[in-house]
Write a protein that binds this ligand. Structure first.
Ligand code: UDX
Length: 441
């Protein structure tokens, strides 16, 4: 008989994982402690913007016409315990307020709520990003006859559906052959398609996730450090990235210089990793991550200074600044630790009159930064602006017509904080174009 799967926590990770498991043919029950979220999901709707996720969900949520009916949602731990053979814990581990360490309270409370309802022989699988050592601690709290595995998730926002259905690797930390066997059954389809299946112990599985994110953060801060040097030496970081990327050992990806990384993962994961290494007495091994973090944060300030300079230096008081982009990356409505909003907020605090436009992130941005100005279109944001900042590389912004924008702008000055706009096109339309880490031209 096919395995029955539950997914605990229905954020980005959980909602996508639940829908993907149903797509693979399993009966799935998703749980969240927020009833409004469950009510939405039960109608096939997701509380965030993620391309393809609603379509995938609607194909399987029970009660939706034409669906497979394999996916249901609940708020009952009892129901989840009775239903599942394999329980995936997908709750989030945000950064603790005012500390580097991550907040394990959602994970701890999910395990505590689930434990009393688990059936003998059930497998609990942790997917959340946790400090190394958590799996061993959590395993000790599970009832007799229940096993734990750790199976980190590497999905990217904006590509969550594809990354979950076709992962570039599946990593499982296990302590028994049975746990491995069950997970091989769960992931038979992607493994059959060629996804590598890496079996290891708990600490290594936990570390794979934090070290992968640290590596990605390091690549971005490396190229941003090169951007700083290029700015000082009048070099071109975009050409430099292209040229070093031809070396396959370096590779082209994740070398886009700009205002740096944000979001709910990379910044907090490298900080939590440093905090955990400190607890383990291995803090020296990760002191370089402090530098990665500070290069990253410095780029936000560098963007503010580039804007100040473009406006003639001095104060932002009375200056109108258009900000294109609010989310931490395109194809997402996520504004958590968004470099774009951070830059917008800094300029606003210094007296600038900031108007933000983003294709999908407006509601979240308004909630987080209610005192910024907002416009419903890029054109309206640019209307009357003394300078235009391109801070999130949405396709919509690449397709803008600089000539049309030039007609409504107060001054034709555009600063590309993501190295994604076509400089030639903007300059031809009469704009002064500057980008981070590139010569002035
Ligand atoms: C990241 C990891 O990629 C993913 O594997 C993990 O599971 C979760 O964390 P995500 O947060 O969705 O995924 O975003 P990602 O695509 O990694 O981008 C992170 C940030 O880096 C964004 O703000 C992006 O704009 C920035 N970035 C990325 C750069 O500044 N330059 C680059 O070259 C690439």
């Amino acid at each position: 008989m096919a395995l029955k799967i539950t997914v605990i926590g229905t954020g980005y990770l959980g909602a996508t994982h639940a829908a993907a498991m149903a797509e693979l043919g399993f009966e799935v029950l998703g749980l969240d402690v927020v009833p409004e979220k469950i009510a939405m999901l039960a109608q096939g709707r997701v509380p965030m913007y993620e391309p393809g996720l609603e379509e995938l969900l609607s194909r399987h949520v029970a009660g939706i016409e034409g669906s497979s009916g394999r996916l249901r949602f609940t708020t009952s731990w009892e129901e989840v315990g009775a239903f599942g053979d394999v329980h995936f814990v997908c709750v989030n581990t945000p950064q603790k307020h005012g500390e580097y360490a991550c907040d394990m309270s959602y994970v701890d409370s999910a395990f505590a709520s689930l434990a009393p309802h688990l059936r003998e022989g059930a497998l609990v699988v942790g997917k959340s990003t946790v400090p190394v050592g958590s799996a061993a601690r959590l395993a000790a709290g599970l009832p007799e006859g229940v096993q734990l595995a750790w199976n980190p998730e590497f999905l990217r926002e904006g590509f969550a559906v594809n990354d979950t259905l076709h992962p570039d690797r599946i990593v499982v930390g296990v302590e028994s052959e049975r746990a491995e066997k069950l997970l091989r059954e769960v992931y038979a389809a992607p493994v059959g398609e060629g996804s590598p299946f890496v079996v290891t112990d708990f600490p290594t599985a936990e570390l794979v996730k934090t070290s992968a994110n640290s590596f990605l953060a390091t690549k971005i801060s490396f190229i941003n450090a090169m951007a700083e040097v290029c700015e000082a030496a009048d070099g071109d970081v975009v050409k430099l990235a292209e040229a070093i990327g031809h070396d396959e050992r370096i590779g082209k990806k994740f070398l886009r210089a700009g205002i740096g990384f944000g979001g709910g993962c990379l910044p907090k994961d490298i900080r939590a990793f440093m905090a955990r290494a400190g607890e383990l007495g291995a803090d020296q091994a990760l002191t370089f991550l402090r530098e990665i973090d500070s290069v990253n944060m410095r780029r936000r300030g560098a963007m503010v200074e580039m804007a100040r300079e473009a406006l003639g230096g001095g104060s932002f008081l009375g200056k109108r600044v258009a900000v294109l982009g609010a989310t931490f990356k395109p194809d997402s409505d996520d504004v958590r630790d968004s470099p774009a909003l951070n830059v917008a907020g800094q300029i606003h605090l210094q007296g600038g009159q900031v108007t933000v436009y983003d294709p999908k992130g407006m509601d979240n941005a308004r909630r987080l930064f209610p005192t910024l100005g907002y416009a419903d279109t890029a054109l309206d944001a640019v209307r009357g602006a003394d300078v235009v900042l391109h801070l999130t590389e949405w396709r919509e912004f690449r397709e803008l017509d600089p000539a049309a924008l030039g007609e409504v702008a107060g001054a034709r000055i555009v600063l590309d904080g993501r190295n994604a706009l076509d400089a030639v096109k903007w300059r031809e339309a009469g704009w002064t174009f500057r980008a981070m880490g590139r010569p002035r031209a």
